[in-house]
Design a protein around this ligand. Sequence first.
Ligand SMILES: *Cc1c(COP(=O)(O)O)cnc(C)c1O
Length: 392
Amino acid sequence: MGESMKASEIMELERKYIMNTYSRYPIVLSHGKGCKVWDIDGNEYIDCFAGIAVNNIGHAHPKLVLTICHQAQKLIHCSNFYYTREQVELAELLTKISSLDKVFFANSGTEANEGAIKLARKYTGKKEIIAAKNSFHGRTLGALSATGQKKYKKEFEPLTPGFKHVPFGDIDAMAEAITSDTAAVILEPIQGEGGVVVPPKDYLKQVRELTEDNDILLILDEIQTGFGRTGEMFASELFGVEADIVTLAKAMGGGFPIGAILAREDVASAFKPGDHGSTFGGNPLACAAAKTSIEIIIEENLPKRSKKLGKYFKEKLKKLEHEIIEDVRGHGLMIGVELSKKCDSIVLDALKKGVLLNCTAENVIRLVPPLIIKKEEIDKVVEVLDDILAKK
Ligand SMILES: *Cc1c(COP(=O)(O)O)cnc(C)c1O
């Protein structure tokens, strides 16, 4: 074993030892720098997937690498039975960049949503959670119950009771779904996994008013849209709404696994010692990595860069003239190119031409590159797409 292993050998070992839950593309990645990654055969790729909207600051950012190395030498883990400076500093930073007051640390997006659902039920004393059809909130049983896509749920029932799903963007349907036992509404500001679906302009504001009028909590799942992805630090700013609870993960640690629940003071106070917890959640290494990642996002003005380059990217894509393109949409560097056909083969074609893409909702090319992507790299990606789509 070691550096000399061939790609084919690694793929064979994967089939032998790893549960078959991912349909992987036929390359073995070895390292990355900025917006580029390389496979073990030395092929170079422009990364327009960023580990599913995770590597917002790019690969191997020197400051993040340094932080992780330093913190690993000091203290990797110590459990939540003790205080650490790294955890409180990250919590303080998160409250400063959001409109919320208190933080709970988890290890992933799905876990952040699990905790948010528990918090909403405990605070309101009610059971029902309204979510959107076509949404994605994660794959553990509670978060999966919130997820509004049957393909992820079938065969795993019974799921958690108390979840209802309404069409995303339909305020009347939302109003009708509310009952006296509704605890919260959970929404992605822009649906990611579901195909980069942007709601009507006033939808989130209307949901906010509706939830306020009915004493219902609004949970925004900003796991994918957060940390500059959509051209603002959080997508809630795009739509001018403040949620009671926000869940975060993906780009938060720059690739280091960490998630968080943010909540307003009074909501957060419903959690008492013993109500919720995690062995790893908020450990010093994860917190140090997340603090540095967020500081980089702020220092390098990445939300603004995302807005500017997202606009550039979208305008170039909109100029492509191929019948197969149905729509180009999104905010900042969260862009969806909807096609009239399935897009899986396009991802493979792009791979051969040195671009990592993602196809979601079967026919939407989801472009979520590092926010540090350069114009020349965008030009190359558009050129590659132009070439491929011309032959479809
Ligand atoms: C990715 C994602 C999740 C789940 O996050 P994991 O870290 O994979 O558990 C939840 N909600 C949204 C909107 C996501 O994009």
